[in-house]
Design a protein around this ligand. Structure first.
Ligand SMILES: C[S@@+](CC[C@H](N)C(=O)[O-])C[C@H]1O[C@@H](n2cnc3c(N)ncnc32)[C@H](O)[C@@H]1O
Length: 242
């Protein structure tokens, strides 16, 4: 089965995967982040005063692009490998910070008293252990956000089959003229370590209504974004207003 609804038996396995993965290379991250930046520009409306938090920042391409344009960028991730890569990518920027998340990855206390007004979580929650962790994340983000902050959870897996997901990725690759890069990634994803983890653990998928309900339970307003933001045409996105 491609997706599972949670209750995974081995709680930290996806986290371990991300500490030592070779499916997604740097070229792919750069491509995926470029598409996201272009398509989400209007929605995020960045300005020089912004303080941006990227949850699950990976190797840091998004923050690298934003650092020259905003007041502060901060990335957090569970993977020590990506924390290292992101720190080295952001080393030239004095307004950048990267922190490692612990076993309770929804605990953002590592950020101390800092507050942010643009918060992004891109292609991450499908790797959570449990759906309820997303609600905990919303509560944690509320604590580090200023009033009226925007919190975008993007590239959320919806409950479709693997073939449909592949179809949309390939369609998008045709549009972006990125077929070779995409086929290389799909090949690695189908036959490498990623496929084994996915078979064993599944990936979490969410409906828009389910996520909006969690936001309501945290007294947060939200809106489902029904347009393409990432290279996966059939992913969904939710904008939460703090
Ligand atoms: C597909 S990559 C996306 C990276 C980056 N957001 C991007 O879009 O380029 C998934 C990232 O989420 C991180 N991750 C996985 N589970 C996480 C969790 N529970 N909390 C925070 N980050 C997590 C991984 O270490 C990895 O960097």
């Amino acid at each position: 089965m491609y997706t599972k609804s949670g209750n995974l038996s081995n709680n930290s396995v996806w986290t371990r995967y991300w500490s030592d993965q070779s499916t997604f290379d740097d070229e792919w991250f750069a491509y995926h982040v470029n598409v996201f930046l272009e398509n989400s520009e209007e929605l995020m409306d960045y300005s020089a005063q912004d303080r941006v938090l990227d949850i699950g920042c990976g190797p840091g391409h998004l923050l690298e692009a934003l650092a020259p344009r905003v007041d502060k960028v901060c990335g957090v991730d569970v993977s020590s490998k990506y924390v290292r890569q992101c720190r080295s990518r952001l080393a030239p920027f004095r307004n950048a910070q990267v922190e490692q998340l612990g076993e309770d990855y929804t605990d953002l206390s590592v950020l101390g008293e800092q507050r942010f007004n643009k918060i992004i979580c891109l292609s991450v929650i499908q790797y959570y252990r449990d759906k309820n962790d997303v609600r905990r994340l919303m509560a944690a983000v509320k604590r580090v956000a200023v009033p009226e902050a925007r919190f975008l959870i993007a590239d959320i897996l919806v409950d479709t089959g693997l073939l449909e997901d592949v179809f949309y990725v390939v369609r998008s690759a045709l549009r972006e003229k990125a077929l070779l890069r995409t086929f290389k990634l799909l090949w690695r994803a189908q036959f490498g370590q990623y496929a084994r983890f996915r078979r064993e653990l599944g990936l979490l998928s969410f409906s828009g209504e389910e996520l909006r309900k969690m936001a309501r339970e945290e007294d947060l307003e939200s809106e489902i974004i029904n347009r393409r933001l990432t290279v996966n045409d059939n992913r969904s996105h939710i904008m939460i207003r703090i």
